[in-house]
Design a protein around this ligand. Sequence first.
Ligand SMILES: [Zn+2]
Ligand SMILES: [Zn+2]
Length: 131
Amino acid sequence: MGKANKWNGHCACGAIQYESTEEPSLSFICQCRQCQRATGSGHAALFVVSKNSTTVTGEMKFYDQKADSGNIVSRGFCPECGSPVMNKTTSYPDNLIFNVATLEDPDIFDPTTAVFSEFSQSWDYINPKLR
Ligand SMILES: [Zn+2]
Ligand SMILES: [Zn+2]
């Protein structure tokens, strides 16, 4: 589990910075097609923290996608370097969902589940214990 007590990070160019003072309520892998496109890879690695515990500096840009459930997912990225940094969803308005690789120390990530594995690509290996 976490060896750092702060979950902080930044985009590739550093224009967006964030810090959360609490442990994530959920850490997971998402293999949905939208996450594949947004990350340019087989899955997104994500952790969820509350808005209240989190400070974000810098201006992110967001684009909205409508999920099959009708919820809106807003994907936030750095307008300078294009790194995907953080997502918001209308189904959990008090939470922020960060992309793990933006962390200062991504090794503190400890996912407990993988979702939308039915959309996984054959070359995208996920630890079977997460499925
Ligand atoms: Zn950036
Ligand atoms: Zn996804």
